[in-house]
Each structure stands twice: as structure tokens, then as C-alpha cells.
Design a protein around this ligand. Structure first.
Ligand code: MSP
Length: 506
């Protein structure tokens, strides 16, 4: 039987400056979800990329005397390097300047025009350059852009429009589907702030700059960046590219668009309307996460309040950064990024709870049994409790991950690791050795190591390098997901690998 498919996307990022920890946050979460699905046996397609057109990029490039393409090429190179350092396991990286995408967007625009869902008119209104967004006066907050709170400019020009208003009722119905947009609070926001105010048709072309995809039948216009950007989710799979579209046939509709809360409107209202106009099925789910903040403010390129994420990776290690991003912020809410918290999380959870547990257990196994373990299967109540909590973890983690609650999933895994530490304190293996109670000592050490093995399989989705290092120290190839539901896969007379410190204390 073919594996079930899972198509997951991150937003495509603006390469207007090098990426910061906020971009890493979205991407690390998407990566953990993708890895977890792969672990469960899904056939996963994980897409990320860059959104390279628009006035903002054109201006940025001018400032440094580069062509827009030269400008974004450098940033994309750096972004790919950053994703590599973070162990991001994407299957495809799309750039909106890729030839196939340019061709497909042009085809999609023509298709919608021929269908009558795009028409020519006049645009008179307000434009926010940093957000590449058009607004009406009723959208503004204190006369400024409702997203970034900066000034908007009045513009009037000939333009093409997309008949967004035509799809209002269908979008309302779609949002009523309780699984479509999560968390639930975002759905109410969309209904109150946008649908209830009425949807205007959307301006989808510009003539005031050239860095974009030309409208093929009216070359003075370029396609509005959001139409260009949103369709990446289709074109990356080969839709309307004129090439092989087997990926599109296999993976569309998308299972999960992961997006930040400020771009929900584009994904939950505009994007489904475009898909309706194209007669295509909708994505199954959109999940909006919150922001990472520094001193209460969004970390952002325009505020410049951040360090290169590689500095954190170099100081604390890649898995500490991943762990922090995945664990610290309750999913869907905003959270604080503070280097001090990152250090603390690393020291308490990774170094103490996980690292020391493995290290002292391996050290004792070497000290008392020359590194060889055996499962005596003679279990007392205290052992059975531990074994129960390890084997019931599967259902718990699966339930957390089915809601994309990565932070809770990690908390639940670490609760079991904490239970292992408590088990050591309660069973006191060093005392068993003193009393020459070697059978019992074997049992205790086996139970801890087997618990660590099972936890590490789950952890491979979140902190993959650490998980690999643990398997090496356990010297085991019993690392597949199907070996998590039963206790006892480490063999009798199994010799462990060499122990070494997983996380030096910082
Ligand atoms: N190019 C558009 C997306 C088009 S998708 C078809 C865009 N790019 S962006 O670079 O500005 O932002 C991309 C993603 O990064 C958004 O989901 C945004 O929420 C996320 N983040 C940027 N800064 C962030 C934080 N400080 N914290 C968490 N995520 C944030 O929007």
C-alpha cells in the first residue's frame, strides 16, 4: 500500500535582508512537523522558499547599486546556508524568480483573466510599501497600515482586479469549517475584521515599478506580489509550468500551510478565493503561529533588533536553538526570545534532564557490567510505572502533534525523561551495587536505557543530531517508529557504545 501523503509549507520569505530568528522559528516548527510525519511513515513533501519580487526589494537593491536579482541571489545563498546549519529538511526550495514559477504565474493570471475573474479597472487607494499591501481607509488604524503601523501612500492608476467579492459567501462557509484555520481565535479575527466589513475586489497588478512578473498581454503591468507569492504552493509542484505536474497530482491539496499571524488574511481569505477561481481544492489546514519578540517587540528586519541566528547556533549548538524555538513558546501564542532563556533551557532540559541521564546511566553500565545490558524482565511496581509511562507516550505525543502542538509534545517527552531521573533517585543503583544485588541492578539500568531509546525516537523529529548521538551511544539500530509502542527492543547481552557528554554546561 502506498504511504499516506503529507504536504507542508512555510511562507516564502522576503529576501530583503538576511533572515533572523523569527524566520527560523516558522521554519524549525515546519521542519519538526515534517520530520515527525516522516517518522510516522507519511510520504512528506516539505516546501520552503523566497518571495523575491516587489517594490521593496527593487528599492533595497538600488540602495546598494545592485540589480534586484543580484541582490536577492546573495541573500538566498545565505538563507540556504542558514537552513543547512539548522538541519532544515525541506524537499524543495522555491524562488519566485525561478523560470518555471514565472511562467506558471503568467499562465495563472491569463487563466483568471479569460475566465472573467480578473478584469481591468482603476485603482485608487492606499498602499503600504513595506507590507506590499493595499488598504482601504476603513482598514487603517489611526490612519496607518493595520499590520505594521507605518504610513500609507495614496495612489491612483490603471490596474487589474481580482473578483474577491464574488467568493465572499464561499469563504465564510470555508472559515466555518472548524479545522480549516487554527487556532480558533484567528477565525473570529478574519470574520470580524474582514468578512463582516465586506470584501472588496483585490488589486492584482502594478505599473509603478518593474521588478515583478509581467502581465503577458499588457506588459506595462506586473503581477501583484501576493498573487505571485501565494501561487508558489502550486507552481512548486509543477502546476501550470508546462512541465511534469506529477507532484501536483500527488500532493495537492496541501495538508498544512504554516504561517505567521500577520499573514493569515492572505492565506485564509485571498488564497482560497484564488483556488476557487481556479477550480482547485483548498488546503486542508492553515495554522497561524505567534511571533517571537525581543523586549516585547516583534523581531524584525526593519527594526534591526537581532543577531545572526548562526551566532546562537555556534554558541549553544543547533539542537539547543531548535529545542528553544520548539519548546519555549506555547504554540499559537507570542513568546519571548531571550538569550538568557535559551541558555537556561539548554542547561536545565538538555544538559540536566536528558544529557546527564544518559551519561550517568551509560557510565554505571560500564562500571558494573562492562557496558553490557540484559533485560531480566523481573519488574517491580516502580518499574511497571516507568514502563507504562514510556509506552503510553506514543498516544500522547501523537495527540499533541495532531494539533501541531510541538511545545506540548516536547514537554510530554521530557516529563518521561524526568520520570527516568526520578526512577534513578528512587531505585539508587549505586546502593544495589553495594549490596551486590546485580540482577536488580541489571533491570534498573536496562529500563532506563530502553526508556531513553524510545524517547530518542520521538526526539529525532525535534533535535535530530542529539537523537543520532544518543543512538550511537546506545549502539542501537532499533530506531524506527514501530519500535516505540513496545518496551524491550534493546537485546539481551547488548553492548553499549562509548559514553560521552551530550551537552557541556554553559
Ligand atoms: N513573503 C511573505 C509571505 C508570502 S507566503 C505566500 C512574508 N514574508 S516575511 O519574510 O515577511 O515573513 C515570513 C514569515 O516569517 C511570516 O510567517 C512571519 O510571521 C514570520 N516571521 C517574521 N518575523 C517573525 C517573528 N519575529 N516571529 C515569528 N515569526 C515571524 O510575509
Amino acid at each position: 500500500m502506498e504511504n499516506k501523503k503529507f504536504y507542508i509549507t512555510t511562507p516564502i520569505y522576503y529576501p530583503s535582508a538576511n533572515f533572523h530568528i523569527g524566520h527560523c522559528y516558522t521554519t524549525i516548527i515546519a521542519d519538526a512537523i515534517a520530520r515527525f510525519k516522516r517518522l510516522q511513515g507519511y510520504d512528506v513533501f516539505f516546501l520552503t522558499g523566497t518571495d523575491e519580487h516587489g517594490l521593496k526589494i527593487e528599492n533595497k537593491a538600488k540602495e546598494v547599486n545592485k540589480t534586484p536579482k543580484e541582490y536577492v541571489d546573495e541573500i538566498v545563498l545565505d538563507a540556504k546556508d542558514l537552513w543547512k546549519s539548522l538541519g532544515i529538511s525541506y524537499d524543495k526550495f522555491i524562488r519566485t524568480t525561478d523560470d518555471y514559477h514565472v511562467k506558471a504565474v503568467s499562465n495563472i493570471f491569463n487563466k483568471l483573466y479569460e475566465k472573467g475573474d480578473i478584469y481591468k479597472g482603476y485603482y485608487e487607494g492606499l498602499y503600504c510599501t513595506p507590507c506590499e499591501s493595499f488598504w482601504t481607509s476603513k482598514d487603517l488604524i489611526d490612519g496607518c497600515c493595520p499590520d505594521c503601523h507605518r504610513e500609507v501612500k495614496k495612489v491612483k492608476e490603471e490596474a487589474y482586479f481580482f473578483k474577491l467579492s464574488k467568493y465572499e459567501d464561499r469563504i465564510r462557509k470555508l472559515l466555518d469549517n472548524k479545522d480549516f484555520l487554527l487556532p480558533e481565535s484567528r477565525k473570529n479575527e478574519m470574520i470580524n475584521n474582514f468578512l463582516d466589513k465586506g470584501l472588496d475586489d483585490l488589486c492584482v497588478s502594478r505599473t509603478s515599478f518593474t521588478w515583478g512578473i509581467p502581465v503577458s498581454f499588457d506588459k506595462s503591468h506586473v503581477v501583484y506580489v501576493w498573487l505571485d507569492a501565494l501561487t508558489n504552493y502550486l507552481t512548486a509542484l509543477g502546476y501550470e509550468t508546462g512541465d511534469d505536474d506529477s507532484l501536483f497530482k500527488k500532493y495537492w491539496p496541501c495538508d498544512l500551510h504554516l504561517v505567521g499571524k500577520e499573514i493569515v488574511r492572505f492565506h485564509a481569505i485571498i488564497w482560497p478565493a484564488i483556488l476557487m477561481a481556479l477550480d482547485l481544492p483548498f488546503p486542508k489546514q492553515i495554522f497561524a503561529h505567534g511571533w517571537l519578540k525581543i523586549n516585547g517587540e516583534k523581531i524584525s528586519k526593519s527594526l534591526g533588533n537581532y543577531k545572526d541566528p548562526r551566532e546562537y547556533i555556534n554558541t549553544y549548538g543547533v539542537d539547543a536553538v531548535r529545542y528553544f524555538a520548539l519548546r519555549e513558546v506555547p504554540f499559537g501564542n507570542d513568546g519571548s526570545f531571550d538569550e538568557e532563556y535559551l541558555k537556561q533551557r539548554r542547561n536545565t532540559d538538555l544538559c540536566n534532564t536528558l544529557g546527564n541521564l544518559l551519561n550517568r546511566t551509560i557510565a554505571m553500565t560500564y562500571k558494573y557490567f562492562d557496558g553490557v545490558i540484559t533485560n531480566t524482565k523481573v519488574n517491580e511496581d516502580i518499574d511497571k510505572d516507568l514502563i507504562d509511562s514510556v509506552t503510553s507516550l506514543k498516544e500522547i505525543v501523537e495527540n499533541d502533534m495532531s494539533k501541531y502542538n510541538v511545545s506540548l509534545a516536547l514537554e510530554d517527552i521530557f516529563n518521561v525523561l524526568k520520570a527516568c531521573n526520578k526512577y534513578i533517585d528512587d531505585t539508587m543503583p549505586w546502593n544495589l551495587a553495594k549490596l551486590s544485588n546485580y540482577d536488580r541492578l541489571q533491570t534498573v539500568l536496562y529500563n532506563i536505557l530502553e526508556s531513553i531509546r524510545i524517547c530518542s525516537i520521538y526526539l529525532s523529529a525535534f533535535i535530530p543530531d542529539t537523537s543520532k548521538a544518543i543512538f550511537k551511544q546506545l549502539n542501537t539500530d532499533k530506531t524506527t517508529y514501530d519500535t516505540t509502542s513496545k518496551f524491550g527492543y534493546l537485546e539481551d547481552n547488548h553492548k553499549l557504545g562509548d559514553g560521552s557528554i551530550l551537552f557541556e554546561r554553559i
